[in-house]
Design a protein around this ligand. Structure first.
Ligand code: SIN
Length: 550
């Protein structure tokens, strides 16, 4: 029987006494897409770390890739996704993404998402490694924001869904159910440092990625890998954590943020030029500036050794201020204009292909726990995500996770947990300044030793640093202390997996192992035990059960 969610918007101390059916951690595209479907089957509590507007989704500029042109278009989208993923894409997951994408995007249109149009027709742009123009965009370069706003509007109209802001996940609650461990909710930190215990019959982690594990990132401050770390501490398997995508073109100027210079700029014809003003991508890939992201990012790093690398759009006659209003506003602060100036860029951490191991229905290896979006790893992106496939992933797999949460509901229970993972001691509190220094130290060293170009020596150095950092880990129940603990966990997962993968593939490049292995294997970490496995979908429901989404 569905249970009642308290109606007041204040922090509900009563939540622990009145469990919810569905707890959704994260309010980006995956979390909201799931919440919409869950709402008709029970009570839904969606929690988010800052304001609802603040998620990685809202920062997505370029657009959402979708094959709206029928079967041939879908087949090409699948092929591009497989090629970009460098041999490691799970073909079942990728097929679901491209086949169900058009229906999910059609729903977005029905819910009022205003994608850009020309003469009434949806406008399409192109990005790296896409064989044709298939990327929808909104307000020029504010696609994620427009989608987030329309999803939120829809969610707010659903009486069964409760949204709580300024809530940080602490740990999952794990109960023993006839000898089997099962997730029965989570402990959460509110904005004032109070701890909430929320029991739920099914818990979805949709809290996004962990770009903040690197000093240089396009991700907002909230992207600290909280959900992935919570799942890993609870004993859920995580996978492919060594595959971190570095976006080739983040703004590069001293003391300026690493603001994303969307790949759509290159889609509209931008050249990449080196310090001598020469285009250089012809030395690296036949697709030139529109090569897969990992190839472009490494090429920029190599060219950038002799000086800065620039985006050059001075030859483009289109009004770029109108096409890219957000980027233009940002550049104006530095007295730069797309049509007039060279724009200095270099790579920055952007997107985690790995995450909580799930099947295509969002089920993790722990009953009661589901994951979707960037926090999850279905294998849909393999070793390198195709540009603008991430919003589509959140939309499609958020919906599928919701379906399995509903389907599994009859088997679920909410009972007090037998064991709780690693609740920090509330008495000890590391001063803020010290916590900040500790975090910045970790991020800078991750960038240096486990970033875009890797080798055993650097990663072993990082491993020793992580060991030492564990000794001085910030303590207490502040949000920043939680984030420090989560960033440390994510860093450890990345370094452990990257050291074990003795090949170069997609976003994972090792100087000491530059070749690709013949066998394409996924890394799987369960607590500290790492293995390599051929495919995820061993635990999935049959593909035929999920490809026909209503
Ligand atoms: C971009 O606009 O370049 C980012 C889009 C994406 O990450 O797919």
């Amino acid at each position: 029987m569905p249970t009642a969610v308290p109606s007041s918007d204040s922090i509900p101390a009563s939540l622990s006494k009145s469990p919810v059916d569905f707890l959704v951690i994260g309010a980006g595209i995956a979390g909201l897409s799931a919440a919409i479907r869950l709402a008709s089957s029970g009570t839904v509590l969606v929690v988010t770390k800052e304001e609802l507007a603040e998620s990685n989704t809202a920062y997505a500029q370029g657009g959402i890739a979708v094959a709206m042109g029928g079967d041939e278009d879908v087949a090409l989208h699948l092929e591009d996704t497989l090629v970009a993923g460098d041999g490691l894409v799970d073909p079942v997951a990728a097929r679901i993404l491209v086949e169900q994408g058009p229906q999910r995007v059609q729903e977005l249109l029905e819910w009022g998402t205003a994608f850009d149009r020309e003469n009434g027709e949806l406008m399409l742009t192109r990005e790296g490694a896409h064989s044709r123009s298939r990327i929808l965009h909104a307000n020029g370069d504010a696609t994620g924001k427009e989608i987030a706003v329309s999803l939120l509007r829809h969610v707010r109209s659903l009486p069964n869904v409760r949204l709580l802001e300024w809530i940080t996940g602490i740990d999952l609650l794990v109960a023993s159910d006839e000898g089997q461990r099962r997730v029965v909710g989570a402990t959460l930190l509110d904005g004032e440092g109070g701890v909430l215990t929320v029991y739920a019959r099914a818990t979805l982690i949709a809290s996004g990625g962990a770009g903040q594990v690197y000093s240089d990132t396009t991700n907002p401050a909230v992207a600290t890998g909280d959900g992935i770390a919570m799942a890993w501490r609870a004993g859920a398997a995580v996978s492919d954590m060594e595959f971190y995508q570095f976006h080739p073109t983040a703004f590069s100027m001293a003391n300026a943020p690493r603001f994303l210079m969307s790949e759509a700029l290159r889609g509209e014809g931008a050249y990449l030029v080196n310090a001598r003003g020469e285009r250089f991508m012809d030395r690296y890939h036949p697709l030139l500036e529109l090569a897969p992201r990992d190839v472009v990012a490494r090429a920029i790093t190599r060219e950038g050794m002799d000086g800065p690398v620039y985006l050059d759009m001075r030859h483009i006659r289109k009004d770029l201020k109108a096409r890219f209003p957000g980027i233009s506003r940002f550049l104006a602060k530095y007295r730069l204009e797309l049509n007039r100036d060279l724009i200095p860029v270099r790579p920055a951490a952007h997107y985690l292909m790995g995450g909580i191991l799930t099947d295509v229905s969002g089920r993790s290896t722990l009953p009661g726990l589901y994951a979707a979006g960037e926090a999850a790893c279905t294998g849909v992106h393999g070793a390198n995500r195709l540009a603008s496939n991430s919003l589509l992933e959140g939309l499609v797999f958020g919906a599928l996770a919701a379906e399995s949460m509903v389907a599994d509901l009859s088997r679920s229970v909410t009972s007090p947990p037998a064991a709780q993972t690693g609740m920090p001691d509330p008495e000890e509190l590391t001063p803020d300044e010290q916590t900040e220094r500790w975090i910045q130290d970790l991020r800078a060293n991750m960038w240096k030793y486990a970033g875009l170009l890797r080798d055993a020596q650097g990663m072993e150095t990082m491993q020793r640093m992580l060991h030492a950092l564990a000794e001085t880990m910030p303590r207490g129940r502040s949000r920043r202390a939680m984030e420090a603990r989560n960033l440390h966990a994510v860093a450890k997962m990345i370094v452990t997996s990257a050291l074990a993968r003795k090949e170069s593939r997609g976003a994972h490049y090792r100087h000491d192992y530059p070749e690709q292995d013949a066998a394409a294997l996924h890394s799987v970490l369960e607590r500290d035990v790492l293995s390599f496995r051929p495919s995820f979908q061993r635990m999935a429901v049959a593909a035929s059960d999920v490809t026909t989404h209503p």
